[in-house]
Write a protein that binds this ligand. Structure first.
Ligand SMILES: [Fe+2]
Length: 331
């Protein structure tokens, strides 16, 4: 029986040998996306060879998972720095550690919703009222969205609370040739707060959105700056309208593209444990935060570091453009 070379964790045999040489195991967990990486202790620091293996696995599998790690905040930031420049946010959730401005901590029920005069759950429901709206890349309305996100689990519920990612390069490749060609020339406006369902009467979150508008025009098909792959650059959370199309045309085409982008075969779902780390390519994936755990009442505490990213460039060679509230490199 012959083994197809694609059955190995990497398409490139040199990358495979490099991983073996340093004892790093890359185990894909789904057909198009996601690999668990074993044989590395992230807290011990990484040499260049291990960094190269992890980077290759990330580019190939779009999200990589590590289990049983014992990273603290300093170790988390140090790990992130091996792969890029951590983002320092001006505003962070109240549970974030004061001494580590690169880390944003999300602790359920302590989050943003409370600031806007409603329970966090209601706020989430108003933001993610349809199945596809929850799918997003991090800070996708910026003109230069983060290149990657590294999320570390501290406390997780005993069940529920999984995160799901989808591979947008696979989604693009899966479109028919005429549709690939059609969408490659299009651009879309991405805007924070699109589709938020306001509360009746005065809604503090609507006022907040109006005071803090963030919007950019991104290509609908982005060329990945490292792999050269074409990426179907859509998400349910930020994309407002395909430029130059009518509202009706845009809605129908976006719905179709989003449905393609979130086909189960392009996704992977991760069951968190304390000490789990997920590291994803925010340029080639969208993800869905869990919505099946809030009602259970179990605590869930996660720490996030993002890496700064480039301005996307379309298949037509044109870069994204800011519309409002976003400047390259300014957070
Ligand atoms: Fe996210």
């Amino acid at each position: 029986m012959t083994t197809d070379s694609r059955a190995t964790p990497f398409d490139d045999p040199t990358a495979e040998e490099a991983a073996q040489a340093v004892g790093v195991e890359v185990r894909p967990v789904a057909g198009h996306i996601g690999a668990e990486i074993g044989g590395v202790d992230l807290a011990a620091g990484l040499d260049d060879a291990r960094v190269a293996v992890i980077r290759a696995a990330l580019l190939r599998w779009k999200v990589v998972f590590f289990r049983g790690q014992r990273l603290d905040h300093a170790g988390h930031v140090a790990f992130a720095r091996r792969f890029g420049e951590p983002v320092v946010l001006r505003g962070r959730g109240s549970a974030s550690p004061a001494d580590f401005p690169e880390i944003e901590t999300t602790a359920d029920r302590l989050e943003l919703g409370g600031r806007f005069g409603m329970e966090h759950e209601e706020w989430l429901r108003r933001r993610r009222h349809t199945l596809l709206r929850g799918w997003h890349c991090d800070h996708g309305a910026r003109v230069d969205p983060p290149a990657a996100t590294i999320l570390r689990a501290e406390t997780v519920p005993p069940y529920g609370g999984d995160t799901t990612w989808s591979n947008l390069a696979a989604a693009y490749a899966g479109l028919s040739a005429p549709v690939r060609e059609f969408v490659a020339g299009l651009r879309a406006e991405h805007r924070l707060g699109v589709g938020y369902q306001p509360r009746p009467g005065d809604d503090a979150y609507v006022r907040h959105l109006l005071d803090h508008q963030v919007a950019s025009v991104h290509p609908l098909v982005r060329v990945h700056p490292e792999t050269g792959e074409r990426v179907l650059y859509v998400n349910g959370y930020y994309v407002e309208q395909i430029t130059d199309l009518s509202r009706a045309e845009s809605r129908a085409i976006l719905d179709m593209l989003l449905e393609e982008a979130t086909r189960p075969e392009y996704t992977v779902r991760f069951r968190w444990e304390p000490g789990s780390v997920a590291f994803w390519d925010n340029r080639a994936t969208i993800h869905l935060a869990p919505s099946d755990n809030a009602h259970l009442g179990f605590p869930r505490t996660m720490h996030r570091v993002m890496l700064t990213g480039d301005i996307p460039v379309g298949a037509d060679g044109r870069p994204s453009a800011p519309v409002t509230g976003t400047e390259p490199g300014r957070w």
